[in-house]
Design a protein around this ligand. Structure first.
Ligand SMILES: Nc1nc2c(c(=O)[nH]1)N[C@H]1C(S)=C(S)[C@@H](COP(=O)(O)O)O[C@H]1N2
Ligand SMILES: [Mo]
Length: 547
């Protein structure tokens, strides 16, 4: 009888151990599922690397120089791969341990995942050029961990509870009697609970592999397009210099030429289209005599135009920064449309992008001499992917939402009466000519400066007409004329700057521009909806006593 008892205990312990293994498996599967979704989220968001790579890079950065040198020499070029494998192994052990711990203390995996997510977030932030969007994959992974662990742990807990009616669970429960009702002979009392767990674990693992696979495909395609773009040289692009004197030399004013990676971004696409030039073509059709289909090579073979043009968003509030100025290179739409032969009665072009976004542009803006173009280069480089690679439309004098189609693939000559485009369907104006605007960049809101002669400055724009004067006024005093930077045409913004005497105290400075036709910017405040904000930019600052 004592012997039987001993056997019973052994069998029982083996059962407890077997089930502990299942808990570890739950932790492992949940952990790997989180890594899979975060990886794919990174690929979808065109983030350079996944969070795990961010960790690897963080480890490399934190490793003391001599150790890193040794590791790199010892493992040669494969050291990064090895580091990744090690991170995966360690992560696997941690995930399993967290799963095991979930059996007795539910908060341990919660705390563990939170710490891992925070460490990963720190590693991601530490990467060069990272933005807050780069944290999204970490959040996705974290939520996956919690969700999957909950999903896998529920049937295990049921199994445990059935096995330990005392409900204590954990090591203490080894003293509880073990009902042997299953065919496994290992003490897992409810094959149901176990079966549910195993089914879920297999499904989750399969889904994780599928998700990671999809991420891999996406990421590879995107990287291939990025690589093609990087190697692309657009002959003759970028040769038009900025005029001398465009910049007034005030550090804090937005640079006259906006660098590509600082140019504002607006698009409805969640996943930015990655289009290889060989896969791109543009169809010009509708109310035309001859339909035209152009490939990227066809477009590059044509005569090119190049111009400095300021692009801005209708959603830019007064004083906002949804505006930028760049050198654009492309092919005139007027020439392409002349070749297609526009029919009488047409007054619009319905533009469609590869991702299905649409906008309606006045036909006249694409055929007159303002220089509307199908742009292939921005600041002398092939368009960045997120700015519309390989081809976008650019129309001086119109807000982006009615003109600047990124990833453009279709131009249909038509009538405004016959369609309604993406933003017009959502209450925005059908026509979107830009409005005159001016912005204060110096001083910054809330800044403190020594009283006396204070420098003010910023930018002003009225594409198509041009800005002829900018004035600023402190505390609604007299309007002080500002000095203007040089501009190559009416289509770019202009820097403005000036100084005036300011007494100690709190102040507000306002700015207004006048266009080349003599129209003074209104101080009437209007919202961005439906066709662009009006009103004057104002900045609060403090002049401090200097004695
Ligand atoms: N395909 C596509 N093109 C688009 C948009 C878009 O959502 N999808 N947004 C437009 C809007 S509202 C603006 S202001 C400009 C912004 O161009 P940018 O992102 O290159 O600055 O792109 C325009 N072209
Ligand atoms: Mo916009």
């Amino acid at each position: 009888m004592p012997e039987q008892h001993a056997w019973g205990r052994v069998g029982h312990n083996r059962g407890v151990e077997a089930r502990a293994g299942l808990w570890r498996l739950a932790g492992l599967v949940a952990g790997l599922a989180g890594l899979a979704t975060s990886y794919t989220a990174a690929m979808v968001l065109t983030i350079r690397e996944s969070p795990v790579v961010a960790i690897a890079e963080g480890v490399i950065r934190l490793t003391p120089g001599p150790v890193a040198d040794f590791v790199i020499r010892f493992f040669g070029a494969s050291n990064k791969a090895l580091l990744l494998v090690m991170i995966f192994l360690i992560a696997g052990l941690v995930f399993a341990a967290l799963g095991r711990a979930a059996r007795t203390r539910w908060w341990v995996p919660l705390a563990g995942y939170s710490v891992l997510a925070l460490l990963t977030a720190a590693a991601v932030i530490a990467q060069r050029g990272s933005t807050t969007v780069d944290l999204l994959p970490v959040v996705v992974g974290y939520l996956t961990w919690l969700l999957v662990l909950a999903l896998l742990v529920a049937p295990l807990r049921r199994a445990d509870r059935a096995a330990d009616p005392a409900g204590v669970g954990g090591p203490v429960a080894t003293e509880a009697p073990e009902p042997r009702t299953d065919a496994y002979g290992d003490g897992a009392a409810t094959p149901q609970g176990r079966r549910t767990f195993l089914v879920r674990a297999v499904l989750v693992a399969g889904a994780a592999v599928a998700v990671a696979g999809a991420g891999k495909v996406l990421g590879t395609g995107r990287r291939a397009v990025e690589e093609t773009r990087r190697l692309l040289r657009i002959e003759g692009a970028g040769l038009t210099p900025a005029p001398r004197g465009a910049s007034l030399g005030l550090q804090a004013i937005a640079p006259w030429q906006t660098p590509n990676d600082e140019f504002y971004l607006i698009h409805t696409a969640l996943v930015v289209p990655a289009i290889a030039p060989v896969d791109w073509s543009l169809r010009i059709h509708g109310m035309v005599e001859r339909e035209i289909v152009l490939t990227y090579d066809d477009l590059l073979a044509r005569e090119r135009t190049e111009a400095w043009v300021t692009l801005n968003c209708v959603s830019n509030p007064v004083g906002g920064d949804l505006v930028g100025n760049a050198l654009w290179t492309g092919v005139l739409t007027s020439e392409l449309l002349a070749e297609a032969g526009v029919l009488d009665g047409a007054d619009a072009v319905l533009q469609t992008s590869e991702d299905g976004w649409t906008c309606g542009t006045p036909l006249a803006a694409l055929t007159d001499d303002r220089g509307a173009m199908l742009a292939v280069a921005m600041n002398g480089e092939a368009l960045p992917i997120e700015h519309g690679f390989p081809v976008r439309t650019l129309v001086p004098g119109l807000y982006g939402y009615v003109s600047a189609t990124k990833w453009v693939v279709d131009l249909e000559v038509t009538r405004f009466a016959d369609f309604s485009a993406y933003w017009t369907q959502r209450g925005w104006g059908e026509q979107g000519p830009v409005k005159i605007a001016s912005r204060i960049d110096v001083p910054r809101s809330g800044e403190s400066l020594p009283a006396g002669k204070i420098a003010f400055g910023g930018v002003a724009w009225m594409q198509g007409t041009g800005v002829s004067a900018v004035e600023f006024s402190v505390d609604d005093g007299e309007w002080v004329p500002a000095t203007l930077g040089k501009v190559p045409s009416a289509d770019t913004w202009v820097q403005w700057a000036g100084t005036t005497d300011v007494a100690p105290g709190d102040h507000v400075v306002r700015v207004r521009a006048t266009d080349a036709d003599g129209n003074v910017q209104t101080d009437v405040e209007r919202d961005v909806l439906p066709d662009g904000a009006t009103g004057l930019d104002a900045v609060d600052f403090t002049a401090t006593d200097t004695d």
